[in-house]
Design a binder for this molecule. Structure first.
Ligand code: UDP
Ligand code: MG
Length: 320
């Protein structure tokens, strides 16, 4: 552990041209104030088709600390983060969103905790500025995940945070495709601490996470860190069998002693309920099988088109 670590700030960025100037200005100002160095900012352009890439390259021409990694198309936020981790060279890495929802001014506080001996310092979100229904979804999701998960995942922690070099190397060695980075970070272990950081509203523009993408991230979190849903099938199955046995006993009793005519309402109910449950758990099993299939294909996680900074400018093929 070094007192004045070289800091790499890793920022995935997708269609954020309205934020880039302010982002570069505020992040560079924070790096200026940090002792040690040389520090760097690694931007991963996740296939933007607006002016984002041009602005980043112009910034890199002015500032030797800026590295721009251009992906060959849009691969998604978590994959762009993975691409950034493959490029950073610092002693510590700060993962940060590119829309200024994660305030760069919190970076010195994160580095302070690293100096205290922590390998992972993650920002715990307080005071979210999202609409109430989305905040409620986040709230429920983090608690559901914590309840289901095989490891103890911190509540309300996003990707924003600091990781030491050895944590980054452990994560990079993980071959899995469906990355839920904040979960993998917890899995690695070492000394970890959360500090409260206020989550700002987006600087400008709209979220790049559609409800569908958000759902995908949430399911990556759950299915990558829990097999409880698979067990739920067995448990619910056992409950259903018990119920149907009890119901069979009652039907026999009703048939021979009460002589009630047997209606088919109950029958229809049982059939639809059980076939619904069958389909539901087939879907859950399919979710895991699909993931096994995707891992088995072992495709590269992303493709880099170009890496650009004052020191390097190289075209690339597939990586990682
Ligand atoms: N992002 C990305 N690729 C994507 C979607 C988003 O690199 O496919 C970037 C985006 O530019 C931003 C960060 O990931 O810097 C977080 O995205 P966003 O702010 O849209 O997510 P939210 O904060 O709403 O969860
Ligand atoms: Mg955001």
């Amino acid at each position: 552990m070094t007192a004045n670590p070289r800091v790499s700030v890793a920022i995935p960025i997708y269609h954020e041209e309205a934020v880039v100037p302010e982002l570069v200005r505020r992040t560079s100002a924070v790096l200026d104030s940090l002792p040690g160095g040389p520090h760097e900012i690694v931007f991963v352009d996740d296939g933007s088709s607006d002016g984002t890439l041009g602005m980043l390259e112009a910034a890199a021409e002015r500032d030797p600390r800026i590295v721009v990694v251009e992906l060959s198309r849009n691969f998604g936020h978590q994959t762009a983060l993975a691409a950034a981790l493959d490029q950073v060279s610092g002693d510590v890495v700060i993962l940060m969103d590119g829309d200024l929802q994660d305030p760069p001014e919190a970076i010195p506080t994160l580095v302070d905790q690293y100096r205290q001996g922590y390998d992972v310092v993650y920002a715990q979100r307080v005071n979210r500025k999202e609409p109430w229904w989305l905040r409620m979804c986040y709230y429920v999701f983090y608690r559901l995940l914590a309840a289901l998960s095989s490891i103890e995942l911190p509540l309300d922690a996003g990707d924003f945070g600091l990781m030491s070099r050895r944590v980054v190397d452990e994560i990079r060695a993980m071959p899995e495709h469906h990355r839920y980075l904040r979960g993998l970070r917890t899995w690695v272990g070492f000394r970890q601490i959360g500090i409260p950081v206020e989550r700002a509203a987006r600087h400008v523009g709209r979220t790049k996470y559609s409800p569908l993408k958000l759902l995908k991230l949430a399911s990556d979190g759950i299915f990558a860190f829990s097999i409880v849903p698979l067990r739920a099938a067995a448990i619910l199955g056992a409950v259903a069998i018990t119920c149907s046995l009890l119901f069979a006993l009652y039907s026999l009793y009703a048939k021979f002693w009460l002589h009630v005519p047997q209606g088919f309402t109950a029958l229809i109910f049982v059939i639809t309920f059980l076939s619904g449950m069958n389909l539901f758990f087939l879907g859950i099993i399919g979710e895991y099988v699909g993931r096994v299939y995707e891992e088995a294909k072992a495709r590269p996680h992303y493709v880099v088109r170009r890496v650009f900074s004052q020191r390097v400018s190289r075209d690339e093929g597939a990586a990682a």
